[in-house]
Each structure stands twice: as C-alpha cells, then as structure tokens.
Design a protein around this ligand. Sequence first.
Ligand code: C5P
Length: 476
Amino acid sequence: MIAVMASITIRQLDEVLKKKLRLRAARNGRSVEDEVRNVLRAAADDTGREILENFTPPGKAGQTPRRAPSPVPSGTRRVLLVVGGGIAAYKSLDLIRRLKERDIAVRCILTNAAQEFITPLSAGAIAGERAFTDLFDPAHEFDVGHIRLARECDLIVVAPATADLMAKLAGGHADDLATAVLLATTAKVLLAPAMNPRMWSNKATQRNLARLAADGFEVVGPNEGEMAEANERGFGRMAEPQEIAGAAERLLAPQTRALEGKRVLITSGPTHEPIDPVRYIANRSSGKQGNAIAQAAAQAGAQVTLISGPVNLPDPPSVSVIKVETAREMLAAAERALPADAAIFAAAVADWRVANAGEQKIKKKAGQAVPELSLVENPDILATIAKRKTQRPKLVIGFAAETENVVANAKAKLAGKGCDWILANDVSSRTGIMGGDRNTITFVTDTSAENWPAQSKDGVARMLIERIAKEIAENK
Ligand code: C5P
C-alpha cells in the first residue's frame, strides 16, 4: 500500500489563519513552520490517543486500554522498549515490528528527546498500545505508573541508547519516566547504543559502558559504518533492528538444555612459554571469550572441559577446568579430554617456544653479549585435533585473531587447519577487543561469511552455543 501524504504550504492558507499562526509562533518563540509542525503533532497525537483508547481488543468488549492496557495473553514474552533521542530512533519503529513478528508484545516509552525524532502516535500505533512519555502524567501514573511499567515486562530494550541515557543509567538517575523505570526494574536490560563515533570513544562513555556492563546490562552494537552526519564513519551506528530483536530473543529464551548429555571441549587464554624458570613469552589474551563460551555451554546442559592457560578469572561454575601453561601441555590435555561432540579452540596459543629454555635463571653479566633465544614451532592444537583420524569431534571450531583481511585469512585458515567453522575477529588496537569485554565476530564456514553484531563476549558465547546446538540437532 502506498500512503499519499497531503502537502500544504503555509502560503496557501488564508490571511487570518496565517496571522493567527504568526502570533502564536511569536508567543512560543518558534518559527511559523515549527509552530505548524507542533500544532499538527499535537492534533495527530490526540487523534491517535483517541484511536488507541477506543480500540477494544477482540473478545474483551467494554475494556479500554486507557483504564487497563490491552491484556497480553499469558505466556507471551513482553518487551518494554525505551526509545532515546537520537537519529537512530527511526529504526526503533522497525524494531517494534521485528519484535512483534517474533510474537513478542511491545510497550514503548519515549524520552523527551526521542519525541524530537518520532512521535508517541507512531510508536503506539505500531506497538498496538499507547506509548508512554511522562513521569508526572496523572493519567499514566493512575493507569500504569512507572513501577508497573518496570515490572510488567520480561526484558527492557533501550534503543537507541544515547550517550546521555547511558550516563544517566550509569549514575542511577531517575529524572524522567525512562530512567525511573530503568532504575525500578529487576528485568534484564539490553542496550543498543547509537551515537557519533567520537562520543562513543570518549573516555566518559567508555567508563559508563564498563560500569553498565559490570552492573549486568547487556549491550548489542554499536556497529561500525556510515553515520547520519556527512563523511562520518566509525563505531557508533545502532545495531540493525533484526540484530537487536535477535539479541532480545536470546535473552528472553528460557534456559534450554539444548546440549544436555553432549561433551564440549574448550581451550582458552594465552600460553606461557618459558625462557628460563622466571621469564616467559606470553600474549595479551585474557581468556574472557573462552570462559564465556564454557559458561554458556554448561548452562545449555553440556558436560564441559575447559583447558585454560594462565588467566586472572574465576573458574566458570559447573565446568571441569584443567589449568596448563604451555602449548604442549594444552595439546596433551585436549587429547586426554576426547571424545567430545564439539571442540572450540579459543586459546591464543604461542606459535613458537624457546628451544633452549634455561634450567636456571639466565644471568645478566656486565660486558657480555645478550643471550640469543632460538625459537621452535609449537604444535597446532586446533589442526592436530581437526585432522585426527579417530575421535575427531563432530564440530571443530577455531578462532582467528586478525589485524587485516579478516575474512580472506579466516577462509584460508579454515581450509589449512581442517576445522568446520572459524570465528574471525579484528584485533587491531582500534577495536579494543584484546582483553576487553566486547567482541565483533565474522562467522566463517566453507560456504559463507556472516557478520555478527558487536556485542559482549557473553553475547557471542550465547550465539555460538545456539549455533552448535542447532547443528548437532540437525545432523544427529
Ligand atoms: O594460526 P592462528 O593462531 O591464527 O589460529 C588461530 C586458531 O588456532 C585459534 O582457534 C587457536 O586457538 C588455534 N591454535 C591452536 N594451536 C596453535 C595455534 C593456534 O590451537 N598452536
């Protein structure tokens, strides 16, 4: 259906009306165009409110949403969508549709700034329930109230989450309806940040992000790409509505035991390759991604063996953890942990070790040449397990940390190592992935390369475990 919009120019209006509008605009300190826009917005909102208030859900005659919002059938998953004030707000209207087509009921709150971009009428009409805007609106407080809004949902999605909203949430502010609800809720909250790349990389925003992640907020995006401003690109684009809806659905999913009875082997963390008894060669891997995968696999019911190099992380619960130092120890432990249904190699294994590692501490002696370290290649654990003739796990999955040509290098690695999937990520320093809490994955198989949204390492782990469970179920 094509909607035809009426087009009116102010010049065509009669003189008396024009005069009244000019006076009104002057009184309100607006341009005439802005005044007309305001009048139209108020009229449309009123009509929309009327439509929504007179809407009677089928089979519930006599009940109007103003006194009692349209009842959601029991068992329906409910999302409260908080729309912040950024240009990406227009995508939130599409997000409502994407959530609803997944049978998720959506109720909206628009911040004041959000209403500069979209109207409560459009959000309410698409959601099928009036959108909420005002903390101190007596009608809203009487009908629903911020505490009920906070309680009557299974998940809150904030999209777009602006820099200002994130700062308020990190500081625990509650000076409008959106922030009051977010402070009052016990539901999980998923943030979809969207802002100018410089605002995103600003230390204050990154500090707020870390605070929010530590407080248990989930984050999807922002992605890298074109910005609304001309010639601007970088990290700051809101994740696409489909990606946000997917992340919401994963958070809403009841804990399934999709990997019950399956054995999963995971390598994680760095390896330490000794130079002498006190010195070693290492790398910056934190083990966070491997630990997150182990935790997600255990939550899905798998029997998990996590073979971890030296990390500063607590052991994930319900996981059998084997601690190793060197690549050779890691390989031996991986071989001992077979058979397994799936093996995920998330460790950053040192490619080389010191051939002539000293038994004693190498001494610095004045006037003598510096010692020469000669390196030999370490075994490739992933390739060794993937190419096994016996006890090869049905799914062998590797990671590829790249700083350039991510997909091409991942495809070459997939073939060279004989594994089934590669999760490739760009670890160049601008991405902050190494050691950080977030990850941006390209999921590579021999026939496809799929960009996953930038998200927490927990989010990546949940997506991967869902994929593994599906693959195992389909190829039983
Ligand atoms: O060759 P590269 O180190 O880039 O390959 C990365 C993948 O291979 C990761 O999955 C990593 O865990 C695995 N790997 C391994 N043993 C090595 C080197 C890498 O298992 N010696």
